[in-house]
Design a protein around this ligand. Structure first.
Ligand SMILES: C[S@@+](CC[C@H](N)C(=O)[O-])C[C@H]1O[C@@H](n2cnc3c(N)ncnc32)[C@H](O)[C@@H]1O
Length: 209
């Protein structure tokens, strides 16, 4: 993280009223700009490293880069049929299968007709392939259990692309595609740890029927 972001995060976490006010103004401005755009693109759980500054970042933690602080297990903070695209990176593996299903249903609810959902996450089969060769090293531990930097950073459900597509289908998504190029997040490529790529990338659409 660059120095500028470090200072802003420190500023944000301070109890200073002015700091909190300026963050509120910035968030309101970004939310307004988001609704003024032709396309509404939301990133769920973008945390400190959202993919794109233009997207609206919804996260449970109050980072400088969070635009809406919300626990998505309480529902997504949007009206029905209002969002064009939802993306997430390294998020869904943080939830139990039951909660993941709830979140997929919520994504479907807020997406417009034909809206797109793109999920980037750890792929269980890739971790297993790596494990067969290297055994249970730190990369495997992190991929299976999460980095565990905070109470939200724990993996409860690591799927492979086939299972994820089944879950998406059940939640009312169609046109499933597995993309081969891993997504870039900030300075790193998702789930690439020292050159090891454990990621899967699935794109699909809301079924309108
Ligand atoms: C492993 S981090 C990934 C962050 C970022 N997408 C990246 O790739 O660096 C998971 C993110 O999901 C957020 N998160 C976890 N549980 C959440 C919840 N219930 N509601 C909203 N955000 C949540 C965490 O705060 C964290 O920022």
């Amino acid at each position: 993280m660059n120095l500028y972001k470090k200072v802003l995060n420190r500023f944000l976490s301070s109890s200073n009223t002015l700091a909190r006010y300026s963050v509120k103004v910035r968030r309101n401005y970004r939310i307004k700009k988001f609704w003024d755009r032709d396309k509404q693109i939301v990133e769920l759980g973008g945390g400190r490293y959202p993919i794109n500054k233009e997207n609206l970042n919804v996260d449970v933690l109050n980072h400088y880069t969070t635009d809406i602080v919300a626990d998505m297990l309480q529902g997504l903070p949007f009206q029905d049929n209002t969002i064009d695209k939802i993306t997430s990176v390294a998020l869904l593996s943080n939830f139990s299968i039951k909660d993941l299903r709830k979140i997929l249903i919520e994504c479907r609810r807020v997406l417009k007709q034909g809206g797109e959902l793109e999920i980037n996450d750890v792929a269980l089969n890739k971790v297993f392939d790596y494990y067969q060769v290297h055994g249970c090293d730190d990369k495997v531990l992190i991929a299976i259990n999460g980095t565990q930097r905070d109470k939200y950073d724990i993996h409860l459900c690591v799927l492979d692309s086939t299972r994820l597509m089944q879950e998406l289908h059940q939640a009312g998504f169609i046109e499933m595609k597995e993309l081969t190029d891993p997504i870039k997040v900030g300075d790193r490529t998702q789930e690439t740890q020292d050159g090891v790529n454990f990621s899967m990338r699935i794109r699909c659409q809301k079924n309108t029927t």
